[in-house]
Design a protein around this ligand. Structure first.
Ligand code: ADP
Ligand code: MG
Length: 396
C-alpha cells in the first residue's frame, strides 16, 4: 500500500531531520490534558534518536487567528515530550525567525528542538512557498508524521516537502497501511458501524464502504436523515433535509451491491437536549413530535452486538448517541463492548469515537485507533491526501 519513502529510507545519522508532528493536544491552563497525540509520535522520534539525528519538530496547535497567541503556544508540550522521551526538549517561541534559526544551528546529534506553532504565521495555511522554503532550511531531510493534518495542503505538511528529501514517519505509515488494508483484502464478514452527528460529513465514506462491507450499521444523529428517507417521522431529532435524497440513494445502492444496511429499530428519545431530560424508548417508526432521538435503543444495541460478534473485520466511526451524557451512552458503550469482545480486526476512526472508547476504558480492546479524524475520512473516501502526495516515492 505504502509506496512512499519512510524514515528508514534515509541516512539520518548526525543530520538535521525536520519532522512535522501532530501535537494538536488539548491544553487547559497551560497543562496538556491528553498526551495521546504526543505518544503517537514516539516511535518515529525514538527511531531518529537511535540514529543520532538532530530533530527539529514542527506542529500546529488549535486554530489561532494567524497571529501569535499565548493560548495556542506549543510551550506546554515540550516538558511532556521530554518526560516521554527521557531527555531534554528545547522549545523556542519562534517558528522561522532569528531565534529559531539560531536554535536550529546550535542543535547537536541526539538533541530535540520544538519550534512554535506553525499557524502563528498566515503563510502556513496559505502554503506560501517562501515560508515553506524557510522551514525546509531547518532540515536536511523532511519526515511527515502528522497523519491528522495530512488532508491539508499547508506549508509544513505539503509545501516543505518540495524542497527536501521527504518521507513518511512511522505513525503516518501505519495509518496509511492500516486504513488502506481495510479495502485491500479485508477478512469477511466485514461490518462497518457509522454514527456521529451529521450524515453530510460521512456520505463519501459510506458510499465507499458499501462497495466493500457485508453489513453497515447506522446510528447516531445521522440515523434520522435515513429515517426520513425511509418515510419515518423524526420529531425534533437532528435532521439534514438536503441529505434525505442522497440517503435514499445510498440505501438503494446498498441494496444493489448486496450490502446489508441496517437502521435502528428503536431509539432512546428525550423531551430536551439535556442530561436530565425525560426519556423513553420508542420504536423507530413511532418517534413522538417534539421529542429527539439521542441514542439507539436497547433492541438495536442488542441486534448490532450480535452482528458485531460474528465479524472478522470491523470499522467504526461515530458514536451511536450523545454518549457525553450518561443517559444516552448505552448504545455507544454496547457497540464498543461488542467490538472489543469480537475476534475481529477492528479499526476506529474519528476523534469522538476514540474519546468514547477512552471514556469507557476500552481503548485496549481494539486493534487500531486512527489519530486522524478528517484525514482518515478523506483517505477512506478514496481522496489523495496532500501531505502524503508531497512525499517522495520509493524507487523500484
Ligand atoms: P467522530 O468524531 O467520531 O467522527 P462525529 O464528530 O461525527 O464523530 O460525531 C460525534 C458527536 O455526535 C458526539 O458529540 C455526539 O454527541 C453526537 N451525536 C451522536 N448521536 C447524536 C444524536 N442522536 N443527536 C445529536 N448528536 C448526536
Ligand atoms: Mg468529531
Amino acid at each position: 500500500m505504502l509506496t512512499k519513502k519512510g524514515v528508514s529510507d534515509f541516512e539520518v545519522a548526525g543530520k538535521r531531520v525536520l519532522v512535522r508532528v501532530d501535537f494538536n493536544v488539548p491544553i487547559t491552563d497551560g497543562v496538556v490534558t491528553d498526551d495521546a497525540r504526543i505518544r503517537a509520535a514516539l516511535p518515529t522520534l525514538n527511531y531518529l534518536l537511535e540514529q543520532n539525528a538532530k530533530i527539529v519538530l514542527l506542529s500546529h496547535l488549535g486554530r489561532p487567528a494567524d497571529a501569535p497567541d499565548p493560548a495556542f503556544s506549543l510551550a506546554p508540550v515540550a516538558p511532556v515530550l521530554a518526560s516521554l522521551l527521557g531527555r531534554p526538549v528545547q522549545f523556542v517561541p519562534d517558528t522561522v525567525g532569528d531565534q529559531a534559526r539560531r536554535a536550529v544551528a546550535a542543535l547537536g546529534p541526539g538533541e530535540v528542538l520544538l519550534l512554535e506553532n506553525v499557524r502563528f504565521s498566515p503563510e502556513e495555511k496559505a502554503n506560501d512557498s517562501d515560508f515553506a522554503r524557510k522551514l525546509a532550511g531547518f532540515g536536511e531531510v523532511f519526515i511527515n508524521d502528522a497523519f491528522g493534518t495530512a488532508h491539508r495542503a499547508h506549508a509544513s505538511t505539503a509545501g516543505v516537502a518540495q524542497y527536501l528529501p521527504a518521507g513518511a514517519g512511522l505513525l503516518m505509515a501505519s495509518e496509511l497501511d492500516t486504513l488502506g488494508a481495510l479495502f485491500k483484502d479485508p477478512a469477511h464478514p466485514f461490518v462497518a458501524v457509522l454514527g456521529g452527528s451529521k450524515v453530510s460529513d460521512k456520505l463519501g465514506v459510506i458510499r465507499k464502504l458499501i462497495e466493500t462491507v457485508d453489513t453497515l450499521l447506522i446510528g447516531g444523529g445521522m440515523a434520522f436523515t435515513f429515517e426520513a428517507a425511509r418515510g419515518n417521522a423524526t420529531g425534533a431529532s437532528l435532521l439534514e433535509p438536503d441529505w434525505i435524497e442522497p440517503c435514499r440513494e445510498l440505501m438503494q445502492r446498498a441494496d444493489d451491491k448486496g450490502c446489508l444496511l441496517l437502521l435502528p429499530t428503536d431509539y432512546v428519545v428525550a423531551d430536551a437536549f439535556a442530561a436530565d431530560a425525560h426519556t423513553q424508548v420508542v420504536a423507530a417508526d413511532a418517534i413522538p413530535d417534539a421529542w429527539l432521538g439521542l441514542d439507539i435503543g436497547p433492541a438495536t444495541t442488542e441486534g448490532y452486538r450480535v452482528v458485531l460478534t460474528g465479524a472478522k473485520t470491523v470499522f467504526w466511526n461515530g458514536p451511536m448517541g450523545v454518549f457525553e451524557m450518561p443517559a444516552f451512552a448505552a448504545g455507544t458503550r454496547g457497540v464498543a463492548e461488542a467490538i472489543c469482545e469480537s475476534e475481529a480486526t477492528s479499526v476506529i476512526g474519528g476523534g469522538d469515537s476514540a474519546a468514547a472508547l477512552k471514556a469507557f476504558g476500552l481503548t485496549g480492546g481494539v486493534s487500531f485507533i486512527s489519530t486522524g479524524g478528517g484525514a482518515s475520512m478523506k483517505l477512506l473516501e478514496g481522496a489523495e491526501l496532500p501531505g502524503v502526495v508531497a512525499l517522495d516515492n520509493k524507487e523500484g
